[in-house]
Design a protein around this ligand. Structure first.
Ligand SMILES: [Zn+2]
Length: 464
């Protein structure tokens, strides 16, 4: 409750300075000041809890699913998650079961992982722009993924938080009474719990998934993908009263039909890319862009055509990335953009089991997919004819491994959606109306315990 805390601080400061000025003229000596007022401070100076001032700052407490989770930021909370890259051989059984069920139901296309060679590269015979692979890095658009905003709409999102540099951004958004989607890195949530709480509790912004350690996801094996997404969902779920995030964004925009299907079929996650990229993450880096160029790009897009609407890749990574947005915001308003979060532009909640950051939460249910369930498969890509050799052996020399510092940076080497040409083919927003794959699944309401959340992930398949 930062707002209450800061209010109390303010009140205390006001008290202190009043009593000080009554005694001496300004400027006063700092030490004397503190010494004097400590003596004068009454035993209880704060307002009783029924004082009207409380109403000015109280926020609705978020409802929860009824489970008592470890308080965010405590050692008990931190102990629940991998400190670095998740071990694909030590995943919760419920996740692996859900993955296996989706696989045997034919919902996960058999595409080999890419290898990183500048950009992700696929083995011969797998065309990154073809129907089978459809790599977002190569600008192939899976119709189930979100790339564009509706006309006239500014889909606000920021990647790579939470960090200390996120704070001025959160303050600014709140001051202006607008909301954004924050695609958060799992290890950054571990490292910056206070900033996380600020985004969720204070701003009541959308919390979404940006993987656990920020790798190129197409270089990962299926189970590595499950771990990167699963642990990030887990920490968000357990730190938001049991909410299941509905959206994820692949680091570097690197997804393909396989990764997108795992996200949707195992975890109920919709993939969100973007249609403009400021490359703000590279400001100040060798060969990177400059703040001036970022400002110019933003201005160009803000004052440009409104069809399709904009989803711009922006980061809460540095003061420059945050500052560029803050500087551009008045122009966004002046040009009549409808400024909303990704969930808002997609017509709903950021969470699959709750209407909002404060609304009721549906407790998790276990949906055991047995593979015979083909009732719907939600919106899995129809184009994904399984093609040949699957390899589970991770080839990837995965360069990146995010650390809890801001080192998990924002973007790729080249090639991705950098250019303007938002080849806005399909305007369609994948209305993530997944007809759920419930089928003949056993459902159990769980009370608590480690698997609650994990099992609850599967509820996304029911509820989304
Ligand atoms: Zn990122």
């Amino acid at each position: 409750m930062p707002s209450l805390r800061s209010f109390l601080l303010l009140a205390a400061t006001a008290l202190l300075s009043t009593s000080a000025t009554s005694a001496t003229a300004l400027p006063h000596d700092h030490h004397d000041h503190e010494h004097t007022v400590n003596k004068r401070l009454p035993g209880t100076w704060y307002h009783p809890e029924d004082h009207p001032a409380y109403k000015l700052f109280r926020r609705d407490a978020a409802q929860t699913d009824g489970v008592v989770y470890a308080a965010v930021g405590t050692p008990e909370w931190s102990a629940g998650y991998p400190p670095a890259k998740p071990d694909p051989n030590a995943l919760p059984k419920a996740w692996v079961d859900a993955y296996n069920a989706a696989l045997s139901a034919g919902k996960i296309p058999k595409i080999p992982p890419s290898t990183l060679n500048g950009n992700p590269v696929y083995p011969q015979g797998f065309d990154p722009n073809g129907d089978v692979v459809c790599s977002a890095t190569y600008k192939c658009r899976n119709n189930n993924d979100i790339w564009d905003a509706p006309d006239g709409v500014w889909g606000a999102s920021f990647d790579d938080g939470p960090l200390d540099t996120s704070v001025p951004l959160y303050q600014f958004l709140k001051q202006n009474d607008v909301h954004a989607t924050h695609f958060m890195i799992g290890v950054n949530i571990l490292g910056y719990p206070e900033e996380f709480k600020m985004a969720f509790e204070d701003n009541q912004d959308d919390i979404a998934v940006h993987t656990w350690t920020h790798p190129y996801m197409t270089t990962k094996t299926d189970l590595e993908v499950v771990g990167e997404l699963g642990w990030t969902m887990e920490i968000i779920h357990n730190s938001t009263g049991g909410r299941l995030p509905k959206y994820w964004r692949p680091p570097y925009g690197d997804s393909d039909n396989r990764v997108s299907a795992i996200a949707k079929e195992v975890f109920g996650l919709t993939t969100v890319i973007w249609n403009q990229d400021t490359e703000d993450w590279s400001i100040g880096q060798p060969g990177g862009t400059t703040r001036d160029k970022v400002d110019a790009s933003l201005k160009q897009w803000i004052t440009g055509p409104k069809s399709p609407g904009l989803i711009i890749l922006e980061h809460e990574l540095t003061n420059n990335t945050v500052g560029a947005f803050i500087q551009a915001f008045p122009l966004i308003q002046q040009n009549g953009w409808k400024f909303v979060s990704i969930a808002q532009l997609d017509g709903g909640s950021p969470y699959s089991n709750s209407p909002s950051s404060t609304g009721a939460v549906t407790p998790g249910q276990v949906a055991v997919l047995d593979g015979s369930d083909d009732s719907s498969s939600s919106n899995s890509s129809s184009s994904s004819a399984p093609a040949g050799s699957s390899t589970s052996s991770a080839p990837a020399s995965s360069a990146s491994s995010g650390t809890s510092s801001g080192s998990a940076n924002g973007n790729k080497a080249a090639g991705n959606n950098g250019s303007q040409s938002s080849s806005s083919s399909s305007s369609a927003h994948p209305s993530s109306t997944g007809g759920a794959s419930q089928g003949n699944s056993a459902s159990t309401v769980l009370g608590s315990g480690a698997l609650t959340c994990l099992s609850a992930f599967l509820a996304a398949l029911i509820l989304s």
